[in-house]
Design a protein around this ligand. Structure first.
Ligand SMILES: NC(=O)c1ccc[n+]([C@@H]2O[C@H](COP(=O)([O-])OP(=O)(O)OC[C@H]3O[C@@H](n4cnc5c(N)ncnc54)[C@H](OP(=O)(O)O)[C@@H]3O)[C@@H](O)[C@H]2O)c1
Length: 254
């Protein structure tokens, strides 16, 4: 497939490498135009483009930029994009910590529904609930025991099936997390968020999420992470994420 990736940071860069390795035709764009992304694109063998180039003729477009940056994409970016092109949103909202407040999300809109409204078309939420280290380093072949899972939420079945196969190709078991309206179940500080769970535990974690709880937990995370010191290990971070939602953490602790 022809895949355009907007954002070449922790997540976008890993996805670009993995989707190239899976045999896709990948173009990459960041905030700095074609020249600004060329070095990275050449290094991995992708095509360097600007954001308009990333969406042009793409079968799949991946948005992997800070959530509020979606608002600074060109307003007409998706106007000429085929209606059956699939848009993947990897974004997470971190008000105060990284992002300015977005009132609609603060008032309860699922983050990816807000993204869909900004760009004027549906998205599939995926790759948001794995840490960058997990995505880059912990993928395994299909069928490997203990293979970790990635939640995929969206409203269009065809789009979701396509994204679930991309998740599989990047080394993870895709877990259907329901509709975009239900995608709050995989947002930051939910039981399913960045806990390195396999598919079975991921399903339990998604089911265990309770409406309205995650934002409160999220606001307590900086203090929790401060206690881990300046250079927490990946295992420390995963343990902290599991600990704030004991429903699943208890089951997997043994
Ligand atoms: N880091 C994680 O562990 C993790 C895990 C899951 C999901 N996520 C989420 O995934 C998204 C990306 O995260 P990340 O950690 O990969 O971010 P990152 O390392 O900060 O990289 C962000 C990328 O977005 C690009 N960008 C910013 N504004 C842009 C614009 N207006 N147009 C085009 N490109 C733009 C940046 O371009 P430049 O290179 O030119 O600056 C950069 O390449 C975020 O929403 C994040 O919350 C992160």
């Amino acid at each position: 497939m022809k895949i355009g990736i907007i954002g070449t940071g922790n997540i976008g860069a890993s996805l670009a490498r993995k989707l190239l390795a899976a045999g896709h035709e990948v173009s990459v764009a960041n905030s700095r135009g074609v020249d600004g992304v060329r070095q990275f694109a050449d290094e991995i063998g992708a095509q360097a483009v600007d954001v308009r180039g990333a969406v042009k003729g793409a079968d799949v477009i991946v948005l992997s930029i800070p959530l509020p940056a979606v608002q600074s994409l060109p307003a007409d970016l998706f106007d000429a994009v085929a209606t059956d092109a699939v848009v993947v949103d990897t974004g997470n909202y971190y008000p105060d910590l990284r992002d300015p407040h977005i009132p609609e999300i603060d008032e309860g809109s699922p983050e990816s529904l807000w993204v869909a409204r900004q760009i004027g078309r549906p998205v599939v939420k995926a790759f948001n609930n794995v840490l960058a280290h997990t995505l880059a380093e912990l993928g395994q072949s299909e069928g490997a025991p203990g293979r970790l899972a990635v939640a995929v939420a969206g409203d269009d079945l065809r789009s979701k099936v396509i994204v679930m196969e991309l998740v599989n190709q990047t080394g993870f078991d895709p877990v259907d997390a329901g509709t975009l309206a239900e995608s709050w179940r995989q947002q930051p500080s939910t039981p399913a968020y960045c806990c390195d769970y396999d598919a079975q535990a991921m399903r339990k974690a998604l089911a265990a999420a309770a409406p309205g709880v995650a934002a409160t937990i999220r606001d307590q995370m900086p203090a929790l992470f401060a206690r881990l010191g300046p250079t927490p290990t990946h295992a420390d971070i995963v343990a902290a994420n599991r600990a704030v939602n004991v429903v699943v953490a208890g089951e997997q602790a043994s």
